[in-house]
Each structure stands twice: as structure tokens, then as C-alpha cells.
Design a protein around this ligand. Structure first.
Ligand SMILES: Nc1ncnc2c1ncn2[C@@H]1O[C@H](COP(=O)(O)OP(=O)(O)OP(=O)(O)O)[C@@H](O)[C@H]1O
Length: 856
């Protein structure tokens, strides 16, 4: 966790560090403003950024480029066919009226086509100029369809080289055949001029130079590291087709440039000499000690991939020959162990797997989307206020017979910390008991005494500032601490008492429980957390599951559906508000968790990081179900609501995930405004070591969430206590407004995203996903239904015999009643000899359910 950057306090009085001038904020219409007020300066960079991230702009530009490419191609081909006729027209174009010159041109794209072709074909590259419209077309295609026909950067490099090389080669031929008069249009000016200049110096050496140029390009472009003599026992690579189908990057490289190896006869090999060994073909993704399925080992072949030769002797016996292309080894290897170089060669050939290429043009949100609050810069504590407070603390303590050696003050954003070193022999508990007296003498609310200060040997008294500082989201997002950290899931939680920005890694926490009375800053806190993640993570690396029973808090994030949100396959809305759907989603996440554990087990990895690192190095085979696993963060805004309506049904999956999900990258953030024991149950609490509390209404609530008092003394508006690893620290949460969130979501949402939200595994509940109160057959409801329901809820025991005994009913009728209670989701399903779970926690919730049932 966390990582203050500045050194411990040294001065008696610490003031917030000076910060740079506010940076202008760009409105959606392109105007710049400082904070909320508009200013006339215009930020071209941001406007261009926005233009390029607008899908309409990229589509228009893409189609334009493809059209331009077709026009250029037609103009070039036409020029090559009509060459000399148009040369004279273009040459005379500026000496006679353009309209007449245009009428004379034979180029299919008119005078402009002839002119452009004259430059590119005649003056520069000759026939090689045809490469240019292809590059323009590929770029346009990528912008229009968001995918690549061919890997653009590699194709551009190859095509540019081809243009220059063709020009040089044809130039040489034109020169030595003395056919410049008729054929110089084919080689263009570049090839002809360079050959003419060098020919007198090197003669046929020009050809050697041109050939060497080709060799040089092939070596670097295809990463050729050695030349092996042809081995006549080497057949075609049986894995070639497979690799093509799994790696689009490779498809281009192989199909366009790599010569196909010849297919040849094999030497017969005595299969009795080899141990049968299960193995599978080397794929783009290679796992060590891979096994080959029998149907793969088709004909008797030696399969050569980069740097490794597989010797497949017959359908049953397989061995490998690590000595490259040498003779087959007579002694078989017991298992298939590819040369470790093999994996590296695959990475060298195809590069590391990059998940962000899913959305290659994705732009991270820019800081300009966040408001600069210039008036909130400094905590306003005057020297007079500090001296006065110090004197009052000293006097109060002295009045109670407590002498102190020294007192120091540090000004934080919300509170000022006065640190006291008491005189020898003073009992700490005595100072602690004076909390109310000190508050009275300072006439301030929310005084908190920390006795002793952990690791400091002092006693701290926190006194709220009269004028507090608002910590803007922008100031923390643009800070070095946030930008330079290497955390997997960085969340900025606020500023400490010594004005250090506090950034934590959610993946290490690994889950966070948040509480706070209504209006104390919980929703802002959740928005801050989500904003931090969205600013730092690419959509391919992070997925959010948002549960919002209050239905209004998280709706703004709907726009992120095709970038960051995850949902159930049949869900219409990505943000989950309905209790039944919450239960299904939680269970679905448990299935995702189990699936991920299976993948990790199969890959021999201990956690998500190791697994993804292996996948990136192409050591895991996607055909065996392996895939890059994004982090999943589940956010529940208001657990109390869910616990009231679904009780154990939500408690159990939450607890299960909290216990097990850290290793596989599922992290939970659960917020509640009622930190009572029936909401934050022992089971939940035990699995959330990191807990955060905004102001709560009572000391009991504070103890429930933090296992310590203090949260009731906070001063609201994002003032909070974070408890982790048995430390409790006070933080001021940054402020982010809903219109800032709206801007961020719009910025991300307007960009090209995935086709749909990230789909979680399907979960069908006991009732097929349909079951709720509506399934109860109202007409046949037992007259004792309500009474039985109350009995069950009061006793929190779902047993038939309880109903039999207390309501004096026969077994059959009591059994029918329990079935009806189950259908109404008041009790859980039948669990053998155990009593059924009671799904409703208190009578108040039950009455609501009964009222609803009666209304139907
Ligand atoms: N970090 C903060 N800095 C400054 N002001 C804040 C901060 N957090 C919250 N506030 C102020 O407190 C108000 C209430 O905050 P918020 O909506 O987050 O409360 P809440 O705990 O979610 O309430 P509820 O549970 O009723 O939704 C905000 O509108 C804002 O004015």
C-alpha cells in the first residue's frame, strides 16, 4: 500500500506546498476555461485530440483516404499506360490555359491525375510508386473499419522499401540496356539518376549493391539470424496453417514475404527405437513440455519452426531434435521439450502479445477533463490561529495537571495536527480522557486524539481547520505520485495530514470496505476511485462490474459499457440495480473466479500477474482456452440494501470472492451507509482487511467498520479514516463533481470500443433466473402464510418443524407453507438435513415483501 513521497515532518509548522498555476480546462465546445469560468484562449492540441477521438471524424477521414488511394492508383496506372503523351501536356500545363491542358490529357483522372503521377511515377519511383496508394488505402481502411487488412507499420515499411528498390533495380536495367528513351518511366527518376551517377564508378558493382540492399532488408525485416543449407529431408511445416489462423500479425509476414519451404521425402525411422510420447504441434504460443495429440502427428514428418526441429517418426512415436537441421537422433527423448530458444524466437518473430491492440487508437482521458478549482488551493490557517490553538491546548492540559515538553503543528488540508511530547511520567490515558475538555476549550467540533501516535513517540491532537482545503481530483491526477507509480490498480485516496498524496494499490489491498453516514462523501469517494482507475488503465486491462441498488449513483458510467464495463450475457443494462440480478451477477463472478483458477492451474501460475506475463510472452495456447485476463473490479454502492432484501444470497458469494479472488484479479469495493453488524457481518468483515470510513453517526458504527472509534469525530465532506494493516490514517478525499465524471465518460464513450460489454459467464439460478415473488401462486396461498413468514424471520430459522410446533399445523401443511415461503424468496432452497437459510433479515423488510405480495 501507500506511499507518501515526502520526508517526515521536520518543521514546527508545515504549510501546503505551493503549486503551479491552474491549467486551462477545455470545454466540449473547445473553449478553454480556468475552473468553471471561461477564458478566451483556445487549446488547439486538445481540440485536435477531441477531433481525432470522435468516431465521426475518423470514419470521414478513413473513407476519404480510401477514395484518394483509388484515385491515385488509377492515375498512376493510367500514366504508365499513356506516359509520353501526358508528359508533354503536364509540361505545358502552366504555359497554356488549364482548361485546355485538361482537355488534352489522356489520364483517366484528368490533368491533376497526370500531374501527380508525373511527380510520383516519372520523377521519383517509376512503377514502384504504385506502393503509395496501397499505403494510403491501408491507412484509410484502418480508420474506417477499426481493424487492419495488413499490419500497417510493417506493410508501410515493406512497401516503401519496395518502391525504392524497384526504382533502383529497374533503373539499372534501363541503364545497361540503354533504353532510357522508351522505358525510363518504369524506373522513375530516382532509380535512373542514382544508377547513372554510380555506374561510372562501380560498373556492375551497382547490381551487387542493389542485391545487397535487398538482402539487408530481408535480414532485418524478417529477423533472419542464420542461413542454413537446404536440408533435403525437410518437409513443409505442418504447423504453418495453424499459426496463420491464430496470429494475424504473422499471417501477413508469412503470406506476403516468406518463401514456402519445399516438401520432401522423409527417411524411414525405426519406431521401435523411440518411446511413444504425447505431444502437440508448436503453435504461435508455445508451452514448455507441450503434449502432442495423436491426430496431429499426421504423416511422418519433421516439423521445423524457427530454431527447433520436431522429428515425428510415425503416428505413435515422437521425439525432438534440438540440433536444428542435423541428422535425426536415434535416441528418443521421453517427452517433448522444445528448445527454450523456440519461445524467444516466436516472440522475436511476432513481438510480445499486446492486449491494448484490441483498441489501438484508444486515448486515455486527459487531465483537461477535470476542473481546476483555483480557490481551493490552500488550507487557510493563519499563524495567529496556530499560536492561539497551541496555547489553548497547553493551558487545558496544564489545568488538569499535565505538563508537556514540546508541541508542534502540521497543517493538513482538513485538520491541523498538534503533536505533543508529554513530560515524563504523564499517563497517556489521562490525555485521551480529556478529548471533550480540549474540544470545549478550542470551541471546535471533531477533535481527535491519537495517543500514542504510531511509531512517533508523541501524542497527536487533530483540530479541524476553520477554512479547509478542497483537494481537487485534477491536482492528484496530475501529481507525480499518481503518474509515476507502478501499481497494478492505482487508486488515489486523498491527501494525508502532512499534505502528501496518498495512492494505494487496490490489487494489494485486495478489497475495500467503505462506510459513511449519508452525505459524508461516499459517492464522491467511489467516483474518485473509479476515475483513478479509468485514467490509468486501458479498457483491455480492466473491467468494472457496477452494482447500484440506489439506481442513481453510478448511472453516469453507463457510457463506458463498450470499454470498461462487464455484464451478464442476457443483461440489457450494464449497471446492475435489481437485487435478483445482483445475486446472479455475484454468482456469475464466482464462476469466472473458478474458471480463472482452472486457467492458472493449467498454466502453472500462482497469480494473475504471472499468468498474463506468460500469455504476453506467447507461452500459453489460446486454443486451449487461454486468454489475456483483465482485472475485474466489482463496486457495490450500498450493501445495506442488498443485505436487507437478499441476505445470505449476497453475503456468501461476496465472502467467497473476498476470500479467494485476490490471486485471479477480481477485487471488491463495497460501500454502505449503515455499518451495522447485520450489514457488515463477521463473515464479510473478516475478509476485508482494508476499510475506509467517512464520518459515521456513532462510535459503535465506527467500531463496526474500523474496529476503533474516531470515525464519528470526522468533519464530513470527504474527511475519512483508512484502516489497513492495523494502521489508521486520516485522509482528505479528493473532490470530483458529477459533470467532471460526465465529461470523462463522454470522452471515453465516444471512442471506438468493443462490440459489447465484457461478458461474464452465464449463471442460471435454482429458479432458472426468473424466480421472485411473482412465482408465488397467490390464489392458493395458505391463510397462515404471513404468520409463518413472521415466525421464520423472528427465529431466523427456516424449519418445517418450527412452523408445525408454533402454529400447531400438520407436517404436510407446514411443508407446503415452506415451499411457498421459498417461492417468495423468504427462505432458501432445501439443503438436506440442514435448516433452510432465512433470506430476509428483519421484520421491516418482510412486511414490505408481504405488502408487495398482497398488491399483486
Ligand atoms: N471530498 C470532498 N471534498 C469536498 N466536498 C465533498 C467531498 N465529498 C463530498 N463532498 C460534499 O458532500 C456532498 C455529499 O457527498 P456524497 O454525495 O458523496 O455523499 P454520500 O455519502 O454519497 O451521500 P449518500 O449516501 O446520501 O449518497 C457533496 O455533494 C459535496 O458537496
Amino acid at each position: 500500500m501507500a506511499q507518501p513521497t515526502t520526508s517526515p515532518r521536520q518543521n514546527t509548522i508545515r504549510r501546503p506546498a505551493d503549486r503551479s498555476e491552474p491549467r486551462p480546462r477545455i470545454n466540449r465546445d473547445g473553449n478553454a476555461s480556468s475552473g468553471r469560468s471561461k477564458s478566451p484562449s483556445f487549446n488547439w492540441g486538445a481540440a485536435l485530440d477531441r477531433w481525432f477521438t470522435d468516431q465521426r471524424s475518423t470514419l470521414t477521414l478513413g473513407v476519404l483516404l480510401m477514395g484518394l488511394a483509388i484515385g491515385l492508383m488509377v492515375a498512376f496506372i493510367s500514366y504508365l499506360m499513356n506516359g509520353s503523351a501526358d508528359q508533354s501536356v503536364v509540361g505545358a500545363a502552366f504555359s497554356e490555359p488549364l482548361v485546355e491542358a485538361g482537355a488534352e490529357t489522356r489520364n483517366w483522372v484528368g490533368l491533376v491525375g497526370a500531374y501527380v503521377a508525373q511527380v510520383f511515377v516519372f520523377r521519383w519511383f517509376g512503377v514502384g510508386a504504385l506502393a503509395l496508394p496501397i499505403i494510403v488505402f491501408l491507412s484509410g481502411y484502418k480508420l474506417t473499419f477499426g481493424s487492419e487488412l495488413l499490419p500497417l507499420s510493417r506493410a508501410t515499411t515493406a512497401l516503401l522499401f519496395a518502391a525504392v528498390w524497384c526504382s533502383l533495380m529497374l533503373g539499372y536495367i534501363v541503364l545497361v540496356t540503354n533504353s532510357a528513351e522508351t522505358a525510363s518511366v518504369w524506373c522513375g527518376g530516382i532509380g535512373y539518376e542514382i544508377n547513372s551517377a554510380l555506374y561510372s564508378l562501380f560498373g556492375w558493382g551497382n547490381l551487387a549493391f542493389i542485391a545487397f540492399l535487398l538482402f539487408f532488408f530481408v535480414v532485418y525485416f524478417f529477423d533472419v539470424r542464420n542461413i542454413t543449407m537446404p536440408n533435403f529431408a525437410r518437409p513443409a511445416d505442418p504447423t504453418r496453417e495453424k499459426r496463420r489462423s491464430t496470429d494475424p500479425l504473422q499471417t501477413y509476414a508469412e503470406s506476403e514475404f516468406e518463401p514456402e519451404p519445399e516438401e520432401e521425402e522423409l527417411e524411414p525411422v525405426d519406431s521401435s527405437e523411440t518411446e511413444p510420447s504425447p505431444a502437440q504441434p508448436v503453435n504461435t504460443f508455445v508451452t514448455k513440455a507441450t503434449t502432442i495429440e495423436p491426430e496431429v502427428a499426421l504423416p511422418e514428418v519433421i516439423a521445423q519452426t524457427t530454431g527447433v526441429t520436431l522429428t515425428i517418426k510415425n503416428r505413435e512415436s515422437v521425439t525432438d531434435n534440438l540440433s536444428g537441421t542435423e541428422e535425426l537422433s536415434a535416441t528418443p527423448a521421453p517427452t517433448f521439450e522444445p528448445d527454450p530458444l523456440d519461445e524467444d524466437d516466436l516472440v522475436a518473430a511476432h513481438g510480445l502479445y499486446d492486449p491494448t491492440l484490441d483498441l489501438p487508437q484508444y486515448q486515455y482521458p486527459i487531465p483537461d477533463l477535470l476542473t481546476d478549482y483555483p480557490n481551493s488551493r490552500k488550507a487557510q490557517v493563519s499563524d495567529d490561529e496556530l499560536t492561539l490553538n497551541k496555547e489553548k491546548i497547553e493551558t487545558t492540559l496544564r489545568n488538569f495537571g499535565i505538563e508537556i515538553d514540546s508541541i508542534q503543528a502540521s497543517i493538513g488540508p482538513t485538520v491541523t495536527l498538534y503533536e505533543i511530547i508529554p513530560a515524563k511520567g504523564v499517563r497517556i490515558s489521562k490525555i485521551k480522557s480529556l478529548e471533550d475538555d480540549i474540544a470545549l476549550s478550542l470551541s471546535a467540533l471533531g477533535i481527535r486524539i491519537i495517543a500514542p501516535m504510531p511509531g512517533m513517540g508523541t501524542i497527536g491532537i487533530e483540530v479541524p481547520n476553520k477554512n479547509r482545503e478542497m483537494v481537487s481530483m485534477r491536482s492528484v491526477i496530475t501529481s507525480d505520485v499518481f503518474n509515476n507509480n507502478k501499481f497494478d490498480l492505482p487508486i488515489v485516496l486523498g491527501k494525508t495530514i502532512s499534505n502528501e498524496i496518498y495512492v494505494a494499490d487496490l490489487s494489494k489491498m485486495p478489497h475495500l470496505l467503505m462506510a459513511g453516514a449519508t452525505g459524508q462523501g461516499k459517492s464522491v469517494g467511489l467516483n474518485v476511485l473509479l476515475t483513478s482507475l479509468i485514467y490509468k488503465k486501458h479498457p483491455s486491462q480492466l473491467k468494472l462490474v457496477l452494482v447500484d441498488p440506489k439506481k442513481v449513483e453510478l448511472t453516469l458510467f453507463n457510457k463506458l459499457e463498450r470499454h470498461f464495463l462487464a455484464k451478464l450475457p442476457d443483461a440489457e443494462e450494464p449497471i446492475i440495480t435489481d437485487t435478483k440480478k445482483v445475486v446472479n451477477t455475484l454468482n456469475s463472478l464466482c464462476i469466472e473466479m473458478d474458471n480463472r483458477y482452472n486457467l492458472l492451474k493449467d498454466a502453472g501460475c500462482r497469480n494473475l500477474k504471472e499468468y498474463n506475463a506468460k500469455f504476453v510472452k506467447r507461452r500459453l495456447n489460446p486454443e486451449k482456452g487461454h486468454r489475456f485476463l483483465p482485472y475485474i473490479v466489482l463496486i457495490i454502492d450500498e450493501l445495506a440494501d442488498l443485505m436487507m432484501t437478499a441476505g445470505k444470497e449476497v453475503e456468501q458469494p461476496i465472502a467467497r470472492m473476498a476470500q479467494l479472488a485476490r490471486a485471479i484479479g477480481i477485487h471488491l469495493v463495497v460501500a454502505t451507509q449503515r455499518p451495522s453488524v447485520n450489514v457488515i457481518t463477521g463473515l464479510i468483515k473478516a475478509n476485508f482487511p482494508a476499510r475506509l470510513s467517512f464520518k459515521v453517526t456513532s462510535k459503535i458504527d465506527s467500531r463496526t467498520i474500523l474496529d476503533a472509534g474516531g470515525a464519528e469525530q470526522l468533519v464530513g465532506m470527504g474527511d475519512m479514516l483508512l484502516s489497513s494493516n492495523s494502521d489508521i490514517i486520516r485522509l482528505q478525499c479528493p473532490f470530483v463533481d458529477t459533470n467532471e465524471i460526465e465529461d470523462i465518460c463522454e470522452f471515453v464513450g465516444n471512442q471506438r470500443g468493443y462490440d459489447d460489454a465484457y461478458l461474464l459467464p452465464e449463471f442460471v439460478g435454482d429458479d432458472g433466473g426468473q424466480g421472485d415473488e411473482k412465482d408465488v401462486d397467490m390464489a392458493n396461498r395458505d391463510p397462515m402464510f404471513d404468520e409463518a413468514a413472521r415466525l421464520i424471520v423472528i427465529h431466523q430459522q427456516g424449519s418445517t418443524s418450527l412452523i408445525q410446533r408454533k402454529l400447531k399445523l400438520g407436517y404436510n401443511r407446514a411443508g407446503r407453507l415452506v415451499d411457498q415461503l421459498e417461492a417468495a424468496r423468504i427462505v432458501g432452497s432445501f439443503e438436506g438435513s440442514k435448516a433452510r437459510d432465512v433470506l430476509v433479515q428483519d421484520l421491516q423488510s418482510l412486511e414490505e415483501i408481504l405488502k408487495r405480495l398482497k398488491g399483486e
